[in-house]
Design a protein around this ligand. Structure first.
Ligand code: GDP
Ligand code: GDP
Length: 438
C-alpha cells in the first residue's frame, strides 16, 4: 500500500508549491468536503520506483477563532490522521513564529512521524538561520526550496525510509487463477455502499483473516460465475458480527490506495447528478493508474428520459478520455444490472491481462505501417521494426525501430486503435512505448 505523506504548516510557507513539486498528477483530487476554496488536495508522487500519496492542506492556525480558519485546522487534523508521515513546512525567510510553535505542540501529541522542512532555503543549506528551527524539537531541519526544487529528494528519502520498496509484480504471474482485485470508486453518495452491500448480500462470504496491522487494506473475497474476486475496501468496510457491512464514510486516501492496488476499478457515477468535476478528477486518477475500468451509472431507476440525455452529454464531455471503458447502467438499490456489471468487470480484466505474442504484434505493426506510413519529419522517416509486449494491467506494447522520436501522437493513437481492434480490448488503457534500436 502506498504510504501517505501530509504537508502541514501555516499559510504561505510554500505547502502547495512543495505539493506541486512532489506530485506528478496533472490534476490533484480535491476533496471539497466543506465547499471551501482550499480543502485537502491529494496527489500521487514517485521517488525512484517508490510511489506515495501526498495530501496538501490549506493551512493550520490552531488558535485563531474565525470560522474559516478553524475549518482549515480541522482539514489539517484530518489530513494528519490519514497520513503515515507528516512533513511540517516552515519558512526560513520569515523565521520561526508563534504559530509554528503551536503547530509543533499539536504535532507532538499526534504520535506520527514528523519531518521538519525549512522552505525557501534556496542557496542556504548551511545558513545559520536554520539553527533556530531546532527549537521546535522536531529533529533536524531539512532545508528545501520548493520553488527551485532543492533538497526535495533527500527530504522524501527521509520521509519514506521506513517503507519498504514494493516488489514489482512480475507480469507473468498476474493471470492464472489469482483473484481479480476489485475497487469501487466514486464520490460520496453515488451508491458505493449500497452496491457493496448488494454484492455481499448475494454472495456467500468465505471466511478470511482480518489484516494484522492497520496499514493493510481489508480485502473481502467474493466468487461469481466461478471467478474469484477480492473486493478492496474503499467505503470503510467494518465487521458487524459475522458479516461485513460498508459504512458510510468516504476516504480519499483509501480510494487512491485501493485504485493503485486493484486490477479493475468500478468507477461509479450517480445518474441523477450527472458527471461532476470531482467524478472527472477521480476518473483522471484511474486513467493515470493504468488500471482496467468499468463505468457503472448507478440510480438508473431514478431518472427519466430527459435526464438520460443530459447524462449522456455530461459523460461525453467530461469522461471522453475514458472512452475505452464500458458503461453499465445499474440500480444498486433494486439490484438491477448487476449481472452485466460482473460480465463487464471480467471482460475488462481479460483485456487488461491478455497475452500478445511477439510475432502477432510484429505482423500487426507491419500491416499498420503498410496501410499508413508514419509521417516524415525533415529527412527522417521513423522505421518501425518489431513489437513485443512489455507488461500487463495495463498492457504495454513496446515498439522497436529507428527515428522513433519522430513518431507523432496522432500516429501512436492510430497504432493503438489497430492493436485494440485486433485484440478486442475493452475496459483497459493500452500503452504504446517506443524503443530506439541500437
Ligand atoms: P502555502 O500557503 O503554504 O500553500 O504556500 P504557497 O505554496 O502558496 O507559497 C506561498 C508563497 O511562497 C508563494 O508566493 C510562493 O511562490 C512562495 N514560495 C514557495 N516556495 C518557495 C521557495 O522555495 N522559495 C521562495 N523564495 N519562495 C517560495
Ligand atoms: P456511498 O456514499 O457512495 O457509499 O453511497 P450510498 O450507498 O450510501 O448511497 C447514497 C444514497 O443513494 C442512499 O440514500 C442510497 O439509498 C441511494 N442509492 C444508492 N443506490 C441507489 C440506486 O440504485 N437507486 C436509487 N434511487 N438510490 C440509490
Amino acid at each position: 500500500m502506498k504510504p501517505v505523506i501530509a504537508l502541514v504548516g501555516r499559510p504561505n510557507v510554500g505547502k502547495s508549491t512543495l505539493f506541486n513539486r512532489m506530485t506528478k498528477s496533472r490534476d490533484a483530487i480535491v476533496a471539497d468536503f466543506a465547499g471551501l476554496t482550499r480543502d485537502r488536495h491529494y496527489g500521487d508522487g514517485r521517488l525512484g520506483s517508490r510511489e506515495f500519496i501526498v495530501i496538501d492542506t490549506g493551512g493550520f492556525e490552531p488558535d485563531s477563532s474565525t470560522g474559516i480558519v478553524k475549518e482549515m485546522a480541522k482539514q489539517t487534523r484530518q489530513a494528519v490522521a490519514e497520513a503515515d508521515v507528516v512533513i511540517f513546512v516552515t519558512d526560513v525567510r520569515t523565521g520561526l513564529s508563534g504559530q509554528d510553535q503551536d503547530i509543533a505542540r499539536y504535532l507532538r501529541q499526534c504520535n506520527k512521524r514528523v519531518l521538519l522542512a525549512v522552505n525557501k532555503a534556496e542557496g542556504m543549506s548551511d545558513s545559520p538561520l536554520l539553527g533556530e528551527f531546532y527549537e521546535l524539537g522536531m529533529g533536524e531541519p531539512h532545508p528545501v526550496s520548493a520553488a527551485h526544487g532543492q533538497g526535495i529528494r533527500s527530504l522524501l528519502e527521509a520521509a519514506l525510509e521506513d517503507f519498504p520498496e514494493e516488489d514489482e509484480e512480475a507480469f507473468e504471474g498476474e493471470a492464472g487463477d489469482r483473484p481479480i482485485r476489485l475497487a469501487v470508486a466514486g464520490r460520496p453518495n453515488v451508491g458505493k455502499s449500497t452496491l457493496i452491500n448488494a454484492w455481499l448480500g448475494e454472495d456467500r462470504l468465505i471466511a478470511f483473516d482480518m489484516p494484522g496491522t492497520t496499514r493493510d487494506a481489508i480485502k473481502v473475497p467474493l466468487e461469481r460465475n466461478g471467478q474469484k474476486f477480492e473486493l478492496i475496501d474503499t467505503a470503510g468496510l467494518r465487521r458487524k458480527g459475522k458479516v461485513f457491512e460498508a459504512i458510510e464514510k468516504f476516504s480519499v486516501v483509501k480510494t487512491l490506495q485501493a485504485i493503485a492496488d486493484a486490477n479493475v476499478v468500478v468507477l461509479m457515477i450517480d445518474a441523477t447528478q450527472g458527471v461532476s468535476e470531482q467524478d472527472a478528477h477521480i476518473a483522471g486518477y484511474v486513467l493515470d493508474s493504468g488500471r482496467a475500468v468499468v463505468i457503472a451509472i448507478n440510480k438508473w431507476d431514478a431518472i427519466d428520459s430527459y435526464q438520460r440525455q443530459l447524462l449522456e452529454r455530461s459523460i461525453e464531455q467530461r469522461l471522453a478520455f475514458l472512452r475505452f471503458a464500458p458503461i453499465v447502467n445499474i440500480s444498486a438499490l433494486k439490484r438491477q444490472g448487476l449481472g452485466p456489471l460482473w460480465q463487464a468487470i471480467a471482460d475488462a480484466h481479460a483485456s487488461a491481462t491478455c497475452k500478445m505474442p511477439t510475432p502477432v504484434l510484429t505482423r500487426l505493426l507491419h500491416e499498420a505501417v503498410e496501410h499508413q506510413q508514419p509521417k516524415r519529419s525533415g529527412t527522417f522517416r521513423p522505421k518501425l521494426r518489431y513489437a513485443h509486449q512489455g507488461g500487463m494491467n495495463p498492457p504495454i506494447i513496446v515498439i522497436h525501430g529507428n527515428s522513433l522520436e519522430h513518431v507523432t501522437e496522432v500516429y501512436k493513437r492510430y497504432l493503438e486503435g489497430r492493436f485494440r481492434d485486433h485484440f478486442k480490448l475493452v475496459g483497459t488503457p493500452l500503452r504504446i512505448e517506443m524503443k530506439l534500436s541500437r
